[in-house]
Design a binder for this molecule. Structure first.
Ligand code: AGP
Length: 639
């Protein structure tokens, strides 16, 4: 076995275990595995980028292993120096939340014999007990601090104890038996150097998808890693294993029963996940919003009945009429969309609506009426906290629907129904187009429920007309990009930014602050404008600008009062406004950005765009890694 690792030396004290929410790619077929694995890892790098590695089986039934701390580019350099050739292999890109990032902790990990390689996403909670058990049996040669290595050793240990000439069945059984001892979550890929052309995959709580090719098959934690090679995919369920060979695959349960599977056609192509002429995915995705906003409402507007058609909810009109309460839950940007959703649904449908952080909702006793409808909002559909909230809600007997972008995701599959965003792949770690798609969908939900209650035909028709015109307004708003870039240059030296908004635009203040924090690493806070005088005003100073989201809406005058309060304390002010707002802000705000006019309830879909652009341009000015900001990962599949 030849293992080449990078040159990073461990300096931090070792921690006992690590959590991962990373990327896995596996290949078995006739082609050279390494370029396919590397390309797949590049596609997954947005999910984790602390360290990476591959192991391929060469012609002599030996592993060629290359792994190192750092980005995929570092791994690619390592491979360029020491090529790794073979037709079967597994690979991994890691994002650690606990435990140090170093070469040894990078995956793949091996069993004691060095013959079994394993990559893993998830957490083996009882790894310590398993390790002690292995050590007692004389297996002491652990090279990393990871829980994953313990699992690799366990599989190897069981493999040695099993008899049988059929080495494939033996490996399968060893993996199965090892996983039965595991408490925790996993998406894994396992290869044995002496079992040719064979990969075992398994999942529990961490996504794994199988890509079906011609005389070749793929395994990945996210279909975007393999869509360049095949669009025929099978999504594994929890507690399922797959045995993968070049020309066949077999799915079975942890108990050994043969599994059912359906082949899905992946909605997007490899072209969709390319940056094209854009320097960053984030900018590309911001500029895709006229299309993603259109796609979120495509086929969902009924001009005849002046309402929305959302068949995916899987609910009859009678059931929808009975709803007395709505809970919207999600994390991060999806949580901010939920906050706007509360305003939208209460405004349009007068149904009491609450917003809960998914991480809070899942662990507390939220009092619920029997006719409560719960929505779990998630771009990826894999966020652990949101999935936990969904499961908790369903367990308590509430109808729980998903608003997801990833159609094959766990949340999409486990919910009672829902609405897909159809925004196309979102690669930039900072969510942009998924947010505006979520807002469109929440508007449609408000419209549908509203039209079943008090909302008149005329009001429904007006909203539909405004929705129809919305993609053009989004396009118009994007023309502000150069102006925002100028502002980014002007404000590049600030120590932070405060964001304020009222009503529909209060959550946009929070979303603007989140975007800025994520990709510029600047200090930022978002608040309701009126809260300023209750404490935040103490922060006002010349190097801390305030951005007011103050369209010419029902609360414009109130916003104006707050703007004056900042002005009186010499705080710089950037105002986002619309209509005649600019005239009234002249001489008060330092910089005024005027957006197109839309009804108040749709304004957040426009006001967030200059804030996305500001975060983007400031991050570029500051030389930040826009698509892969430090410490973050695109989809947070750990608690
Ligand atoms: C958004 O910019 C963030 N990267 C993050 O807050 C994200 O919105 C959150 O983790 C939820 O992700 P999800 O929509 O995939 O569930």
């Amino acid at each position: 076995m030849s293992i080449y690792i990078g040159t990073h030396l461990a300096t931090e004290e070792s921690r006992p275990y690590n959590f991962h929410m990373c990327g896995i790619v596996g290949y078995v077929g006739r082609a050279e595995a390494t370029p396919i694995l590397l390309e797949g890892l590049r596609r997954l790098e947005y999910r984790g980028y602390d360290s990476a590695g591959i192991a391929v089986v060469n012609g002599e039934h030996q592993f060629e292993t290359r792994k190192c701390a750092g980005r995929i580019a570092s791994l690619a350099k390592l491979i360029a120096r020491k090529p790794a050739s073979g037709h079967v292999g597994i690979s991994h890109t890691r994002w650690a939340t606990h435990g140090k990032v170093n070469d040894e902790n990078a995956h793949p990990h091996f069993d004691a014999s060095g013959k079994i390689a394993l990559v893993h996403n998830g957490v083996i909670e009882n790894y310590q007990a398993l390790k002690e058990q292995l050590i007692q049996n004389g297996d002491t040669d652990f090279r990393s601090d990871t829980d994953t290595e313990v699992l690799a050793h366990l599989v190897g240990n069981i493999y040695e104890q099993l008899d049988g000439k059929d080495s494939k069945a033996r490996l399968m059984n060893a993996v199965r038996a090892a996983l039965k001892q595991v408490i925790g979550t996993y998406g894994i890929a396992v290869v044995h150097a002496n079992v040719p052309d064979f990969i075992v995959g398994a999942r529990r709580g961490s996504p794994l998808v199988l890509g079906i090719g011609r005389d070749e098959n793929f395994l990945a934690s996210d279909v975007s890693a393999i869509v360049a090679y095949t669009r025929d995919a099978v999504y594994l369920n929890d507690f399922e294993l797959v045995a993968l060979e070049p020309d066949k695959f077999e799915i079975s349960s942890l108990d050994g029963a043969a599994g059912q599977h359906a082949v899905s056609r992946v909605e997007f192509t490899a072209e969709d996940i390319k940056k094209g002429d854009y320097p960053h995915y984030m900018l590309k995705e911001i500029f895709e919003q006229p299309f993603s906003v259109r796609d979120a409402m495509r086929g969902r507007l009924s001009f005849e009945d002046c309402t929305a058609k959302l068949g995916g909810l899987n609910m009859t009109p009678a059931e929808l009429r009975k709803i007395t309460r709505i809970v919207l839950t999600g994390c991060g940007t999806a949580f901010h969309a939920a906050m706007v959703g509360e305003y939208l649904i209460e405004h349009l449908a007068s149904i009491p609506t609450e917003v809960e952080y998914a991480s809070e909702f899942r662990h507390r006793n939220t009092p619920m009426t029997p006719d409560t409808l719960v929505f779990a909002i998630s771009q990826s559909g894999e966020t652990a906290d949101t999935l936990g909230a969904l499961r908790e809600s369903r367990q308590k007997g509430y109808r729980t629907l998903g608003i997801c972008n990833n159609v094959a995701s766990t949340i999409a599959r486990e919910s009672d129904g829902g609405v897909y965003m159809h925004a196309g792949p979102e690669i930039g770690v900072a969510a942009t187009k998924s947010f505006t798609s979520q807002l469109v969908i929440l508007t449609l939900i408000g419209l549908l429920l509203g039209r079943m209650r008090h909302l008149s035909t005329a009001e429904g028709a007006q909203l539909i007309e405004a929705l129809e015109n919305l993609p053009d307004k989004v396009q118009e708003t994007l023309k502000l990009s150069d102006r925002i870039k100028t502002l980014a240059k002007k404000y590049v030296d600030v120590s932070g930014v405060l964001f304020f908004g009222r009503q529909f635009n209060f959550p946009i203040a929070m979303e603007g602050a989140l975007k800025l924090k994520e990709i510029t690493y600047l200090y930022a806070e978002g608040h309701p404008s009126a809260e300023l005088k209750h404490g935040i005003i103490a922060l006002i100073r010349p190097d801390l600008p305030s951005i007011f989201i103050a369209p010419e809406d029902a609360v414009f005058s109130k916003n104006l009062n707050n703007i004056e309060q900042v002005k009186a304390r010499k705080g710089p002010i950037i105002a986002l406004t619309s209509g005649n707002g600019a005239g009234r802000l002249k001489g008060i705000a330092n910089d005024i950005v005027t957006l197109p006019s839309v009804p108040d309830c749709l304004m957040p879909i426009l006001t967030v765009i200059p804030l996305q652009l500001l975060a983007y341009h400031l991050a570029v000015e500051l030389g930040r890694d826009v698509d892969k900001p430090r410490n973050l990962a695109k989809s947070v599949t750990v608690e």
